[in-house]
Design a binder for this molecule. Structure first.
Ligand code: NDP
Ligand SMILES: O=C/C=C/c1ccc(O)c(O)c1
Ligand code: ZN
Ligand code: ZN
Length: 357
């Protein structure tokens, strides 16, 4: 049962300006509503989107901002109308925490595409309070936007599945790209990309990693099980792979030319953009016409797909590859992520850390 008594004071790590440096910040959470679960944060992954948001890459950031949207925690209290969870459950919270529930995307179980979606941070909740994310002791979330972490998954391993994992799973499912034998590529071997390799391999695909350097080659092939590796600047390697792929999942977070990648697609191949890029991208139209190629994008996944990818990974014995750090390392971790120096996702041990500068 929920105590409807008072707002809770919590401490988190917030960016105070576009330097993106995180420092302690105390704020209040709303009272536990009828359908709310109160979550003690255990672990939170660091996604490149956290950098885009804290450093105001999209020009829409509000401060103070507590980032973090790959949140695994323990339910410590539930509102009176909560049916999905009880105290003690281990749950996950991702990128969105609200939607209108009446529009076509909401009614079609793809609420991530609701134009009234509420982001888990850098947004305003229905009560008028700013939303704040998972680099904090506690979050309060409507039960619709929490998922159960299956018993077979370690909670810290599950954190990256809540954004990175579902972000690759959703387009593979939606675009009919789950059949064994497909030939796919993952462009950009970071947090999202490494989950792409793992999930596509488990689906039985022939997986090529396309990377900006050869530094990750041995690991991609040996640890992640990729079948091939291309360095994007190697014109001979790229030419040899022309017309060979059913899809490319593009996770690069900065401007890059698209034509070299469109050339790699077969007839009806798909280039699926996942990276958040704040500059226009370009290609000439024959690059897609001659081969009926599709250029599309995809945004996280629905709550149903989020639960599904967790169960899929638990069933297949698939985990993320993480570097676990304490909260006092979070600013260094963010710097390293920005420098492309992480194998492959930082996960912060929030409950095992102190909120000190
Ligand atoms: N569409 C969606 O719903 C979602 C989108 N995103 C977005 O996807 C993108 C990737 O996120 P994430 O995987 O967390 O990011 P990472 O930083 O972990 O990975 C990005 C990878 O892109 C490659 N890369 C190429 N150029 C650069 C560059 N200049 N700086 C950094 N990386 C570069 C690197 O791979 P390599 O070394 O192999 O070249 C790097 O590992 C981000 O823009 C993020 O906001 C994230 C989650 C959900
Ligand atoms: O990491 C998850 C969020 C991805 C995202 C995609 C698109 C966009 O405009 C964002 O601000 C975030
Ligand atoms: Zn993310
Ligand atoms: Zn809606």
């Amino acid at each position: 049962m929920g105590s409807l008594a008072s707002e809770r004071s919590v401490v988190g790590l917030a960016a105070k300006d576009a330097t993106g440096v995180l420092s302690p910040y105390t704020y209040t959470l709303r009272k536990t509503g009828e359908e709310d679960v109160v979550v003690k944060v255990l672990y939170c992954g660091i996604c490149h989107t956290d950098i885009h948001q804290t450093k105001n890459h999209l020009g829409m950031s509000n401060y103070p901002m507590v980032p973090g949207h790959e949140v695994v925690g323990e339910v410590i209290e539930v509102g009176p109308a909560v049916s999905k969870f009880q105290p003690g459950d281990v749950v996950g919270v991702g990128v969105i925490v609200g939607c209108c529930r009446t529009c076509t995307p909401c009614k079609s179980d793809v609420e991530q595409y609701c134009n009234k979606r509420i982001w888990s941070y850098n947004d305003v909740y229905t009560d008028g309070k700013p939303t704040q994310g998972g680099f904090a002791s506690t979050m309060i979330v409507d039960q619709k936007f929490a998922v159960k972490i299956p018993a077979g998954l370690a909670p810290e391993q599950a954190a990256p599945l809540l954004c990175a994992g579902v972000t690759v799973y959703s387009p593979l499912k939606h675009f009919g790209l789950m059949a064994p034998g497909l030939r796919g590529a993952i462009l950009g071997l970071g947090g999202v990309g490494h989950m792409g390799v793992k999930i596509a391999k488990v689906m039985g695909h022939h997986v090529t990693v396309i990377s900006s350097s050869d530094k990750k080659k041995a690991e991609a092939m040996d640890h992640l099980g990729a079948d091939a590796y291309l360095v994007s600047s190697d014109a001979a390697q790229m030419a040899a792979a022309a017309d060979s792929l059913d899809y490319i999942i593009d996770t690069v977070p900065v401007f890059h030319p698209l034509e070299p990648y469109l050339s790699l697609l077969k007839l009806d191949g798909k280039l699926i953009l996942l990276g958040v890029i704040n500059e226009p991208l370009q290609f000439v139209s024959p690059m897609v016409m001659l081969g009926r190629k599709a250029l599309t994008g995809s945004f996280i996944g629905s709550m149903t797909e989020t639960q599904e990818v967790l169960e899929f990974c638990a069933k297949k014995g698939l985990t993320s590859t993480i570097e676990m750090v304490k909260l006092d390392y979070v600013n260094q971790a963010i710097e390293r992520l920005e420098r492309n120096d992480v194998r492959y996702r930082f996960v912060v041990d929030v409950a095992g850390s102190k909120f000190e500068p």
